[in-house]
Ligand binder design. Structure first.
Ligand code: HSE
Length: 416
């Protein structure tokens, strides 16, 4: 029987920031005809804002209850989440999840399960929380027309960058606030080191370009190595530093994709995206640029996307993965050139041979920066740019064509 004619009877896993938010939001949306039947939690000793008979610590009570037709998975542990989601899909229950790490790491298996058991699996809240970016990419933009996607997709790092820049807070003070607000992951290094953002980017790649790739195969870095020297540089040039997830279709039809800090110029729609807000700029052939903006983290904004997925289940909505099924070989490439700023501790560490071209450099007693063109493929040959005292920031006019690549560097060379 189609779920459309049924009331949504929900088995909820997790009652943390988002789970609690969803519970409260559902109390206010009677028209959805959805009811939380049971909630599975890990810590029964915690005080909860809901009747105690709603809770259990036994997942089987939810998974084996035939009256429950939707599992909403909002837990932290990606491995346990994968187990729950797989079991639910196999048993024919529709699933809504916010677990970007689990989805990004297990997308191939999850695609097979959806197909084999013909069960809907929706996860709009996993990317940019309140912004309906997945469904828009899935339904609205045709593969050939989608030229690029640039997004601030992690609320915590954007919150930290904003508080450091506007309120002159220290990095750790800003992180503590992001945690207190419920924006950060329980392991905040997932946010700070760019892992959460790259998980989201790999989910977006499937819906934007039909590319299924493990997040570990996408280049990323977070904001952990940024220095006050870089912030001063940005301020002098009138830039904001943002952690940007991007994907761009190149002339050969393949896609450049990465998550790196970037200098954003005033005039770019991402410039004014502050605090826990996320923003995504989508560029397509005929429509030109479109900008999606909204809260990217937090209890109610994330719950609102879960709510929207629940509502979509009532009319049997499923992702069709149209781009994936129509993909004629589009894949990720590292074969392109990028304009970057790199700052170092001390003049003598600058590996100028790593640049195809140096356009600008400057130094003071303690630190030095270089702006130049790098081969992205060569950048990946070693991790020198991920070292603690090095910060790499993508420049505003990032993609450069017409560069003749130099031979690969075999050893570290000094800038003398
Ligand atoms: N920690 C995530 C963020 C939560 O800050 O964006 C929302 O996915």
């Amino acid at each position: 029987m189609s779920i459309q004619q049924k009331k949504l009877s929900i088995g909820l896993f997790g009652f943390g920031v988002v789970g609690t938010g969803l519970y409260k939001v559902l109390q206010k949306t009677a028209s959805l005809n959805a009811q939380v039947q049971k909630v599975c939690i890990k810590h029964p000793e915690k005080k909860r804002e809901a009747p105690s008979d709603l809770f259990t610590v036994d997942p089987e009570i939810l998974l084996q209850d035939e009256s429950i037709n939707v599992i909403v998975e909002l837990i932290d542990d990606a491995d346990a989440a994968f187990e729950i989601v797989s079991r639910a899909l196999i048993s024919g229950k529709a699933v809504v999840s916010a677990n970007k790490k689990m989805i990004a790491e297990h997308l191939p298996e999850l695609l097979k399960l959806q197909e084999k058991y013909n069960t809907p699996f929706l996860y709009e809240s996993a990317c940019c929380a309140s912004i309906p970016v997945i469904r828009n990419l899935e339904e609205y933009y045709d593969n050939d027309l989608l030229q690029s996607l640039n997004g601030i997709v992690n609320g915590s790092t954007n919150y930290i960058l904003t508080r450091v820049s506007k309120d002159k807070l220290s990095f750790n003070e800003a992180l503590a606030l992001a945690q207190a607000e419920g924006f950060a992951e329980s392991n905040p290094s997932l946010d700070v080191e760019g892992i959460d953002a790259v998980n989201k980017l790999s989910i977006l790649l499937a819906h934007a370009y039909g590319i299924v790739t493990h997040p570990q195969r996408v280049v990323y870095s977070g904001i952990q190595n940024l220095q006050s020297y870089d912030a001063t540089f940005a301020q002098e040039k009138g830039y904001e530093i943002k952690l940007v997830a991007q994907a761009k279709k190149l002339e050969d039809g393949n896609v450049a994709a990465f998550v790196l800090p970037q200098f954003i110029e005033n005039g770019n729609q991402l410039f004014n995206v502050q605090n826990e807000y996320n923003g995504v700029v989508i560029e397509s052939g005929f429509a030109d640029k479109q900008f999606f903006y909204g809260k990217g983290a937090g209890s109610f904004p994330t719950a609102s996307a879960v709510l929207s997925d629940l509502s979509a289940l009532r009319y049997d909505y499923k992702y069709e993965y149209k781009k994936l099924h129509n993909n004629t070989g589009t894949q990720i490439t590292n074969d392109f050139f990028l304009r970057v700023y790199i700052s170092f501790e001390g003049l003598f560490q600058v590996p100028h041979e790593r640049f195809e071209r140096i356009e600008e450099w400057s130094s003071n007693d303690s630190r030095c920066y270089v702006i130049g063109i790098i081969s992205f493929a060569k950048l990946l040959e070693s991790n020198w740019w991920k070292k603690k005292n090095v910060s790499l920031i993508v420049c505003p006019d990032a993609f450069v064509s017409g560069i003749v690549e130099k031979a690969s560097v075999k050893e570290e060379l000094a800038f003398v």
